[in-house]
Design a protein around this ligand. Structure first.
Ligand code: BGP
Length: 478
């Protein structure tokens, strides 16, 4: 049976700060990520405005995609990618974020990257903001907590959409925007960080500031959609949600209600605003309960209504359990620190692998939104080892991906309008959560270790050949 549509978009994904490096090249200035050291977020991964050596900051060099994009894109083409998801580093285009004039050298870099993709018939899909607001906006304005930053973002968006209007069709506004709703989430999304001279110990603990900034990000996203439609009516713009699929640990009614509440706040709130164009009732109630007093300006509601996205995109890696029962250990590896599911295996980083959860999630999103869906991130982070012949036998990754693709097939059979899939990550890049190189996701191995040693040479893993076959057969040969 042929299930994947003929024009299904198979591919892989990366983010600029995790792959490009060249953090100060050709007029670029620092972004928030260039101040983020390596290490576990829960323990010692910190933002610092001090200047440490390059190897302390994973984004400074990353895997040097900035200089090696031709070689990398040629490898993606060899696998048969139909789409390549990448992000634009805002600070390459507007180095300070609030500049009047864009940096031509930065614009030229993405011209070269998109041209290279198009040469092979690969459709670029661009995330406008993947955890990397220019640092100047963080320092001067505390990121999106200041409304003025919406204008800066819109200027950047209009600039790149106009420049690339004949090269890029698919755009995503904010990567994993819903991290802003999670106490443990990384707040690069909002551009908020603890700066040296801040009076409050940790601005991230200020819930009012956090949700006000999120409101501004919603407006920025909506204004990007409105701009897109003016610049090229054929553009398709999506939201990007980190979908944290959850189950009640027990069938106690209280667990079911806890699940519903968390699902609403963590998964549905941002997407409801971006897809349906308004704050849902449960979110207004939640914010009121938390004592959050949002400032809406006249016209905000109209902008949200007008700036609804065309499609829903999301990342899916794992699922979690939740319970009201005392005495359960939380698994730190699970985003949010949910409770362990006794029926699932976990990765080396404690992320619980759950392919069936992907089917559940696709069905849920389809039922709730009735818009086209794109899985823009899914993959397995693992320590890969090269054998004596230099080969990487990553059968565990192949199994992971195969199982998830099987569930995608079932969703399509169920008439879910799934139109593409980009595996995280196209090649090995720096981990966003930990800054490590050893947490590898790619089809292509990059010779670089956590200390910054290595030649940066690229090697095809076993999964490279497997994915090539999957794409060639349009998902028929798994
Ligand atoms: C998502 C991010 C990515 C990516 C991925 C894997 O949250 O959008 O940038 O890195 O997760 O996470 P990690 O690198 O922490 O393993």
């Amino acid at each position: 049976m042929k299930l994947f549509p003929d024009n299904f978009l198979w591919g892989g994904a990366v983010a600029a700060n995790q792959c490009e490096g060249a953090w100060e090249a050709d007029g670029k200035k620092e972004s928030i990520c260039d101040h983020l050291t390596a290490g576990s977020r829960a323990k010692n991964r910190v933002f610092t405005s001090k200047i440490l050596p390059d190897e302390s900051y994973p984004s400074h060099v990353a895997v040097d995609f900035y200089h090696r994009y031709k070689e990398d894109i040629a490898l993606f083409a060899e696998m048969g990618f139909k789409v390549f998801r990448l992000s634009i580093a805002w600070s390459r285009i507007f180095p300070n974020g609030d500049d009047e004039i864009p940096n031509e050298e930065g614009l030229k870099f993405y011209d070269r990257v998109f041209d290279e993709c198009l040469k092979y018939g690969i459709e670029p899909m661009v995330t406008l903001s993947h955890f990397e607001i220019p640092y100047h906006l963080v320092k001067e304005y505390q990121g999106f907590s200041d409304r003025k930053v919406i204008d800066c973002f819109e200027r950047y968006v209009r600039c790149v959409m106009t420049r690339y209007k004949d090269k890029v069709k698919y755009w995503l506004t904010f990567n994993e925007i819903n991290f802003a709703t999670m106490p443990m989430g990384n707040l690069e999304v909002l551009g908020i960080m603890n700066r040296e001279n801040d009076e409050v110990a940790n601005p991230l603990d200020d819930i009012n500031l956090r949700f006000q900034a999120l409101h501004h990000v919603f407006l920025a996203s909506a204004r990007a959609v409105i701009a897109a439609k003016e610049i090229n009516p054929d553009f398709k713009v999506g939201c990007m949600i980190a979908h944290i699929t959850m189950y009640p640990l027990t069938c106690r009614p209280e667990d079911m209600l806890l699940l519903q509440e968390l699902d609403h706040i963590i998964n549905d709130f941002c997407a409801d605003v971006q897809v349906k164009g308004r704050y849902p009732g449960y979110a207004l109630r939640y914010l009121e309960e938390k004592g959050v007093n949002l400032t809406f300006e006249p016209g905000d509601e109209a902008v949200l209504r007008k700036g609804c996205v065309d499609f829903y995109s999301f990342s899916y890696y794992m699922s979690n359990c939740v319970t009201t029962e005392e005495g359960h250990t939380t698994t730190l590896g699970n985003l949010l620190g949910g409770v362990k599911n006794p029926y699932l295996e976990a990765t080396q980083w404690g992320w619980q692998v759950d392919p069936k959860g992907l089917l559940y999630t696709l069905n849920k999103i389809h039922d709730r939104y009735q818009v086209p869906i794109f899985i823009v991130e899914n993959g397995l982070g693992a320590v890969d080892v090269r054998d004596e012949n230099g080969c990487i036998h990553d059968d565990y990754r192949i199994n992971y991906l195969r199982q998830h693709i099987c569930e995608m097939e079932k969703a399509i059979h169920n008439k879910v309008d799934l139109f593409g899939y980009t595996v995280w990550s196209a090649l090995d890049i720096v981990s966003s959560g930990t800054g490590e190189m050893k947490k590898r996701y790619g089809f292509i191995y990059v010779d670089k270790d956590d200390e910054g040693n290595g030649t940066m040479e690229r090697f095809k893993k076993k999964s490279f050949y497997w994915y090539k076959k999957v794409i060639e057969s349009n998902g028929g040969d798994l």
